[in-house]
Write a protein that binds this ligand. Structure first.
Ligand code: BG6
Length: 415
């Protein structure tokens, strides 16, 4: 309401500083003076090249207290080296548990629900491994294009924009071992082990295990949309707006179980989903039926419709023959809880104020993720991996379907 806003607005002060001119921060120093006991959050949504300068400026002006925190928006660098430089610079001013590196996917309710599903239920754990799971798929699809971020995006591409952070975090939460507690380091230690176990994909493997592609013009929801190159103008570009990967986690739990992940812009709709595909029954007794037994599938829907679906085989009702059909045990979070889901940022900023870094990325996680991604990016260069194209409004290039076809599998949702 207006009066509440007025009270709130009175507390807001606007001060301009130059990140590099540390001796000219007097106005900021004055405003903060006398409030040393309060929680101080420096939230940086700037170019990552300025992160270090800001942190140093805070230290130079004596503005870092025991209860200070610094929040870094992604991207933290554009490769392993640049991430390390940023982390070094920030680490000179702040202790690791004062540094909050945002990956907003970790603030999404459904992503946190993965922890609840896996570790607050005994049902899934014995099956959550090789021997029961055939493969895992993760899709993060967007219908939007790059829009007016095109110049920024052209230097980044989907591998760095989505896979290095959001997708790998999802892989970690699906694949990690049970942490001993919810303590931030306990959870992040387990995620680290997954990142360390990712099999490198280099120049010899990129052709077989990766797809990179860029959108052409097309139509989404009946509206025609331009291609990436038209939006960019200029001389062409090999930046990808779609990535699909087949990855392997080299440990006892997941050895031989492929994880297929894909993310792209200008796909038919916004849809993010994790699919855990279980194996076929070892022997089917239902050989005469119209429908064969299809293997169970657990779908964790992240957005826009948050929920969990378990597909199981059931007998069709009726006194006739014995016909089977896959049906879905459906849990819609919205229907069940009847509440509005808070935005990821509401949750994350609250965690910063509370001083809980569990939902943020630790230095070693970011760097391990970059190392793995750098290997793929270098592999693409070395092998001159082709940038495929796909029509806006489709589910990506045919090479993406082929990636699974070759293994006799297919994406969900299907093309
Ligand atoms: C951001 C990427 O991190 O995530 C964007 O930089 C992307 O390119 C966005 O559009 C997707 O977030 P969400 O929450 O809409 O899935």
């Amino acid at each position: 309401t207006e009066p509440e806003w007025q009270t709130f607005a009175e507390r807001i002060h606007y001060v301009q500083t130059d990140a590099g001119a540390h001796d000219e921060w007097g106005a900021l120093v004055d405003i903060l003076a006398g409030n040393e006991d309060k929680v101080r959050v420096a939230y940086l949504a700037t170019a990552p090249s300025l992160f270090g300068a800001f942190a140093t400026g805070l230290r130079h002006n004596g503005l870092i207290t025991k209860s200070s925190r610094i929040v870094l928006e992604k991207p933290v660098g554009h490769d392993y080296e640049s991430a390390r430089e940023i982390n070094d610079a920030i680490g000179k001013c702040f202790a690791e548990n004062q540094i909050y590196r945002i990956d907003h996917y970790l603030g999404k309710e459904t992503v946190q629900n993965l922890l609840a599903l896996r570790f607050a239920n005994s049902l899934f754990e014995p099956l959550w491994r090789r021997g029961s799971v055939d493969h895992v798929q993760i899709t993060v699809a967007e219908d939007l294009g790059v829009g007016n971020r095109v110049e920024f995006y052209d230097r980044i591409g989907t591998l760095r924009d989505m896979v290095q952070n959001h997708m790998l975090q999802l892989v970690c939460l699906v694949a990690m071992e049970a942490p001993a507690s919810l303590h931030h380091d306990a959870v992040r230690d387990e995620k680290m082990k997954v990142l360390r176990a990712l099999k490198p994909i280099g120049a010899d493997e990129v052709r077989q295990n990766t797809v990179r592609a860029q959108y052409l013009g097309g139509a989404i929801n009946g509206k025609s949309v331009p291609g990436y190159l038209e939006e960019l103008g200029g001389d062409g570009s090999s930046t990808e707006t779609f990535v699909a990967l087949k990855l392997e986690i080299e440990n006892w739990r997941w050895s031989g179980v492929p994880f297929y992940i894909r993310s792209g812009k200008r796909l038919p709709r916004k849809h993010s989903e994790i699919v855990v595909q279980f194996q076929d029954v070892p022997h089917s007794i239902f050989t005469e039926q119209e429908y064969n037994v299809t293997a169970n599938r657990l779908s964790i829907l992240l957005q826009p419709d948050e929920g969990v679906k378990l597909s199981v085989m059931a007998k069709e009702p009726g006194p006739g023959g014995f016909e089977l059909r896959p049906v879905s045990l459906d849990l819609s979070f919205e229907e069940t809880f009847g509440v509005r889901y808070p935005d990821a940022y509401e949750r994350l900023l609250m965690e910063v104020l509370r001083g809980n870094p569990a939902l943020f990325m630790r230095r070693d996680e970011i760097e391990a993720a970059w190392r793995w991604i750098d290997g793929i990016a270098a592999g693409w260069e070395e092998a001159r991996q082709k940038v495929e194209t796909y029509v806006s409004g489709s589910w990506g290039p045919s090479a993406s379907s082929l990636l699974l076809d070759r293994d006799n599998r297919s994406w969900h949702p299907e093309e």
